[in-house]
Design a protein around this ligand. Sequence first.
Ligand code: G3P
Length: 214
Amino acid sequence: MEIFLDTADISAIEKYKDFVDGVTTNPSILSRQKKKDVHDIVLKISRLVAGPVSVEVISGDFGGMVREGESLAKIHPNVCVKLPCTFDGLRACKTLSNKGIATNLTLCFSVPQAMMAAKCGATYVSPFIGRIDDIGQDGINLISDIVEVYGVYGFETKVLSASVRNINHFIQAAMAGTDAITVPEKVLEQVFTHPLTDIGLKKFMDDWNKSKGK
Ligand code: G3P
Protein backbone atom coordinates (compact mmCIF):
# COMPACT_ATOMS: atom_id res chain seq x y z
CA MET A 1 0.00 0.00 0.00
CA GLU A 2 1.37 3.42 -0.93
CA ILE A 3 1.22 6.02 1.83
CA PHE A 4 1.15 9.71 0.90
CA LEU A 5 1.39 12.77 3.14
CA ASP A 6 -1.48 15.18 2.49
CA THR A 7 0.32 18.48 2.97
CA ALA A 8 2.50 21.16 1.35
CA ASP A 9 4.36 21.82 4.61
CA ILE A 10 8.04 21.31 3.80
CA SER A 11 9.08 20.64 7.41
CA ALA A 12 6.47 17.87 7.74
CA ILE A 13 7.56 16.32 4.43
CA GLU A 14 11.24 16.45 5.49
CA LYS A 15 10.33 14.75 8.78
CA TYR A 16 8.44 11.85 7.18
CA LYS A 17 10.09 11.58 3.75
CA ASP A 18 11.71 8.24 4.54
CA PHE A 19 8.33 6.69 5.35
CA VAL A 20 6.01 8.04 2.66
CA ASP A 21 5.76 7.17 -1.05
CA GLY A 22 4.68 10.63 -2.12
CA VAL A 23 2.66 13.75 -1.32
CA THR A 24 -0.79 15.01 -2.22
CA THR A 25 -1.89 18.63 -2.22
CA ASN A 26 -5.04 20.49 -3.15
CA PRO A 27 -5.82 24.21 -3.64
CA SER A 28 -6.91 24.59 0.03
CA ILE A 29 -3.66 23.03 1.26
CA LEU A 30 -1.54 25.20 -1.05
CA SER A 31 -3.49 28.33 -0.09
CA ARG A 32 -2.32 27.84 3.51
CA GLN A 33 1.36 28.14 2.50
CA LYS A 34 3.07 31.47 3.10
CA LYS A 35 5.05 31.01 -0.11
CA LYS A 36 2.57 31.50 -2.91
CA ASP A 37 4.65 30.39 -5.91
CA VAL A 38 3.14 26.98 -6.64
CA HIS A 39 5.93 26.12 -9.08
CA ASP A 40 8.60 26.58 -6.41
CA ILE A 41 6.63 24.69 -3.73
CA VAL A 42 5.91 21.76 -6.07
CA LEU A 43 9.52 21.59 -7.26
CA LYS A 44 10.83 21.60 -3.68
CA ILE A 45 8.39 18.86 -2.63
CA SER A 46 9.13 16.79 -5.75
CA ARG A 47 12.85 16.85 -4.92
CA LEU A 48 12.18 15.62 -1.37
CA VAL A 49 10.10 12.49 -2.07
CA ALA A 50 10.58 9.56 -4.43
CA GLY A 51 7.01 9.12 -5.48
CA PRO A 52 4.14 11.05 -7.03
CA VAL A 53 3.33 14.62 -5.95
CA SER A 54 -0.33 15.38 -6.68
CA VAL A 55 -1.05 18.98 -7.70
CA GLU A 56 -4.59 20.06 -8.63
CA VAL A 57 -5.53 22.23 -11.58
CA ILE A 58 -7.46 25.42 -10.89
CA SER A 59 -9.16 25.68 -14.28
CA GLY A 60 -12.78 24.48 -14.49
CA ASP A 61 -12.92 23.88 -18.23
CA PHE A 62 -11.44 21.11 -20.36
CA GLY A 63 -9.03 23.27 -22.35
CA GLY A 64 -7.73 25.10 -19.29
CA MET A 65 -7.28 21.83 -17.39
CA VAL A 66 -5.26 20.30 -20.23
CA ARG A 67 -3.05 23.37 -20.59
CA GLU A 68 -2.53 23.60 -16.82
CA GLY A 69 -1.93 19.85 -16.54
CA GLU A 70 0.75 19.92 -19.24
CA SER A 71 2.41 22.88 -17.53
CA LEU A 72 2.32 21.25 -14.07
CA ALA A 73 3.75 17.99 -15.47
CA LYS A 74 6.78 19.92 -16.77
CA ILE A 75 7.76 21.05 -13.25
CA HIS A 76 9.14 17.62 -12.28
CA PRO A 77 8.73 13.95 -13.34
CA ASN A 78 7.13 13.22 -9.94
CA VAL A 79 4.19 15.54 -10.60
CA CYS A 80 0.79 13.81 -10.80
CA VAL A 81 -1.95 16.12 -12.13
CA LYS A 82 -5.03 16.24 -9.92
CA LEU A 83 -8.34 16.69 -11.74
CA PRO A 84 -11.88 16.82 -10.30
CA CYS A 85 -14.37 14.02 -11.11
CA THR A 86 -16.41 16.38 -13.29
CA PHE A 87 -17.26 16.01 -17.01
CA ASP A 88 -14.40 18.35 -17.95
CA GLY A 89 -12.06 16.77 -15.44
CA LEU A 90 -12.68 13.26 -16.75
CA ARG A 91 -12.31 14.47 -20.35
CA ALA A 92 -9.02 16.18 -19.45
CA CYS A 93 -7.93 12.98 -17.70
CA LYS A 94 -8.35 11.01 -20.93
CA THR A 95 -6.35 13.58 -22.91
CA LEU A 96 -3.53 13.91 -20.37
CA SER A 97 -3.35 10.16 -19.71
CA ASN A 98 -3.02 9.58 -23.48
CA LYS A 99 -0.02 11.95 -23.37
CA GLY A 100 1.58 9.79 -20.66
CA ILE A 101 0.90 12.30 -17.87
CA ALA A 102 0.05 10.80 -14.46
CA THR A 103 -3.38 11.80 -13.17
CA ASN A 104 -5.23 11.68 -9.86
CA LEU A 105 -9.03 12.03 -10.14
CA THR A 106 -10.09 13.74 -6.94
CA LEU A 107 -13.36 14.65 -5.20
CA CYS A 108 -14.68 11.17 -6.00
CA PHE A 109 -17.91 10.37 -4.14
CA SER A 110 -19.46 7.51 -6.14
CA VAL A 111 -18.67 4.20 -7.83
CA PRO A 112 -19.73 5.46 -11.29
CA GLN A 113 -17.31 8.40 -10.95
CA ALA A 114 -14.54 5.96 -10.05
CA MET A 115 -15.44 3.66 -12.96
CA MET A 116 -15.32 6.54 -15.44
CA ALA A 117 -11.99 7.69 -13.97
CA ALA A 118 -10.59 4.23 -14.64
CA LYS A 119 -12.00 4.17 -18.18
CA CYS A 120 -10.37 7.57 -18.78
CA GLY A 121 -6.99 6.13 -17.79
CA ALA A 122 -6.56 7.77 -14.39
CA THR A 123 -3.44 6.70 -12.51
CA TYR A 124 -5.23 7.23 -9.19
CA VAL A 125 -8.78 7.92 -8.06
CA SER A 126 -9.30 9.69 -4.72
CA PRO A 127 -12.56 8.82 -2.93
CA PHE A 128 -13.10 11.22 0.00
CA ILE A 129 -13.90 9.16 3.12
CA GLY A 130 -14.25 11.96 5.68
CA ARG A 131 -16.53 14.16 3.60
CA ILE A 132 -18.93 11.25 3.09
CA ASP A 133 -18.90 10.62 6.84
CA ASP A 134 -19.60 14.35 7.31
CA ILE A 135 -23.02 13.90 5.65
CA GLY A 136 -23.88 10.89 7.81
CA GLN A 137 -22.97 8.14 5.34
CA ASP A 138 -20.10 5.60 5.54
CA GLY A 139 -17.08 6.66 3.50
CA ILE A 140 -15.33 3.33 3.97
CA ASN A 141 -18.19 1.59 2.14
CA LEU A 142 -17.30 3.61 -0.96
CA ILE A 143 -13.69 2.38 -0.77
CA SER A 144 -14.87 -1.25 -0.47
CA ASP A 145 -17.33 -0.86 -3.36
CA ILE A 146 -14.74 0.72 -5.69
CA VAL A 147 -12.13 -1.91 -4.81
CA GLU A 148 -14.70 -4.63 -5.57
CA VAL A 149 -15.84 -3.15 -8.90
CA TYR A 150 -12.25 -2.44 -10.00
CA GLY A 151 -11.44 -6.10 -9.29
CA VAL A 152 -14.43 -7.33 -11.31
CA TYR A 153 -13.31 -5.43 -14.43
CA GLY A 154 -9.55 -5.52 -13.88
CA PHE A 155 -9.20 -1.75 -13.89
CA GLU A 156 -5.58 -0.63 -13.39
CA THR A 157 -6.39 2.72 -11.76
CA LYS A 158 -5.22 2.73 -8.13
CA VAL A 159 -7.68 3.56 -5.33
CA LEU A 160 -6.13 6.38 -3.26
CA SER A 161 -8.19 6.81 -0.07
CA ALA A 162 -8.39 10.48 0.84
CA SER A 163 -10.07 12.80 3.32
CA VAL A 164 -8.69 10.53 6.06
CA ARG A 165 -9.51 12.11 9.40
CA ASN A 166 -8.30 9.57 11.97
CA ILE A 167 -6.32 6.33 12.47
CA ASN A 168 -9.52 4.28 12.21
CA HIS A 169 -10.03 5.51 8.66
CA PHE A 170 -6.44 4.39 7.98
CA ILE A 171 -7.11 0.90 9.39
CA GLN A 172 -10.53 0.49 7.73
CA ALA A 173 -9.30 1.69 4.33
CA ALA A 174 -6.40 -0.80 4.51
CA MET A 175 -8.83 -3.59 5.44
CA ALA A 176 -11.03 -2.55 2.51
CA GLY A 177 -8.06 -3.10 0.20
CA THR A 178 -7.20 0.45 -0.81
CA ASP A 179 -4.12 0.62 -3.07
CA ALA A 180 -2.93 3.86 -1.54
CA ILE A 181 -3.88 6.35 1.16
CA THR A 182 -3.14 9.99 1.78
CA VAL A 183 -3.11 11.26 5.35
CA PRO A 184 -2.57 14.59 7.08
CA GLU A 185 0.40 14.85 9.45
CA LYS A 186 -1.84 14.51 12.55
CA VAL A 187 -2.95 11.05 11.37
CA LEU A 188 0.50 9.91 10.23
CA GLU A 189 1.85 10.78 13.69
CA GLN A 190 -0.57 8.22 15.15
CA VAL A 191 1.06 5.47 13.06
CA PHE A 192 4.29 6.08 15.00
CA THR A 193 2.86 6.44 18.49
CA HIS A 194 0.96 4.07 20.74
CA PRO A 195 0.61 4.60 24.51
CA LEU A 196 1.19 0.90 25.28
CA THR A 197 4.45 0.94 23.30
CA ASP A 198 5.66 3.93 25.32
CA ILE A 199 4.55 2.36 28.62
CA GLY A 200 6.16 -0.98 27.74
CA LEU A 201 9.45 0.61 26.68
CA LYS A 202 9.64 2.64 29.89
CA LYS A 203 9.05 -0.53 31.93
CA PHE A 204 11.82 -2.35 30.04
CA MET A 205 14.26 0.49 30.65
CA ASP A 206 13.26 0.89 34.31
CA ASP A 207 13.71 -2.85 34.94
CA TRP A 208 17.06 -2.86 33.13
CA ASN A 209 18.37 0.18 34.96
CA LYS A 210 17.15 -1.21 38.32
CA SER A 211 19.06 -4.46 37.69
CA LYS A 212 22.20 -2.40 37.01
CA GLY A 213 21.70 -0.45 40.25
CA LYS A 214 21.08 2.74 38.35
O1 G3P B 1 -6.61 15.22 -0.46
C1 G3P B 1 -7.93 15.43 -0.07
C2 G3P B 1 -7.98 15.85 1.37
O2 G3P B 1 -7.02 16.86 1.57
C3 G3P B 1 -9.33 16.35 1.80
O3 G3P B 1 -9.43 16.15 3.18
O4 G3P B 1 -10.24 16.56 5.47
O5 G3P B 1 -10.37 18.39 3.70
O6 G3P B 1 -11.90 16.38 3.57
P1 G3P B 1 -10.53 16.91 4.03
